[in-house]
Design a protein around this ligand. Sequence first.
Ligand SMILES: Nc1ncnc2c1ncn2[C@@H]1O[C@H](COP(=O)(O)OP(=O)(O)O)[C@@H](O)[C@H]1O
Ligand SMILES: [Mg+2]
Length: 257
Amino acid sequence: MSAPLLEVADIEAGYGEALVLRGVSLAASAGELVTIIGPNGAGKSTLLRVVYGLLRPEAGSVRYAGEDVTGVRPEQLTRRGLNYVPQLANVFPTLSVAENLQVGGVSLPRAERRQAVADMYEQFPLLAERRRQRAGTLSGGQRKLLAIARALVTRPKVLFLDEPSAGLSPQAVELVFDQLAAVKRRGIAVVMVEQNARRALALADTGYVLDMGRNAYVGPGRTLLRDPKVAELYLGKSTAASSSTSTSAPSGMSEPT
Ligand SMILES: Nc1ncnc2c1ncn2[C@@H]1O[C@H](COP(=O)(O)OP(=O)(O)O)[C@@H](O)[C@H]1O
Ligand SMILES: [Mg+2]
């Protein structure tokens, strides 16, 4: 049995005096899609920040490909095969699609970058058609795809995403989740935090429920979906209403297949 590509063990972390994560563990293998859900303030974003080297943990470890990478800086992690799509500010609105992709691949040698950007146009024809368009003029879904493509330019083996579906229309959510499923099928480990909990768990090989800075539940996504306790405590009635955009949550979009 080979070890997971990413192994996060017993992380404790917080801001100043306030401890937010109180012993969180998580693992992801190549080609696995991992979803992290949990109430607002549970520490989901903080966990991604720790794993991607944006916040140093007080305790615990992050191992990648068998090596300890705890506290390694983000740029360095990106060179080694991890990348991160933050929830906000994940594209440069005044730059074109092409420029955004080039900036995303700035750590690559020039020839390799050109090829990597071309690969992105192949994977995301929608972006190829709009390569000269400013990112700020794209629709929400298109912009999210650009943010994902920007991270994929560096050819990561592990991709972290913080709430990729936040603020998107139901159609755009489908577009983004379909693409993430395709990313996973290419053998990349996808680790995403989501408020759209039902939809995200339905897609997940493994789901984690984070609550009060601890692992509350871990299991196959569909098992968590069917767990009455998880449903009662964390899945609410239908759509995740906790997203910051509280305009008309459409019904039906969270139905598992
Ligand atoms: N930069 C920060 N400084 C201080 N406290 C923060 C900061 N970011 C988040 N927190 C606090 O940490 C806790 C967990 O936040 P977060 O990881 O963003 O939760 P989630 O993503 O699960 O909603 C919250 O209580 C939040 O107020
Ligand atoms: Mg968050």
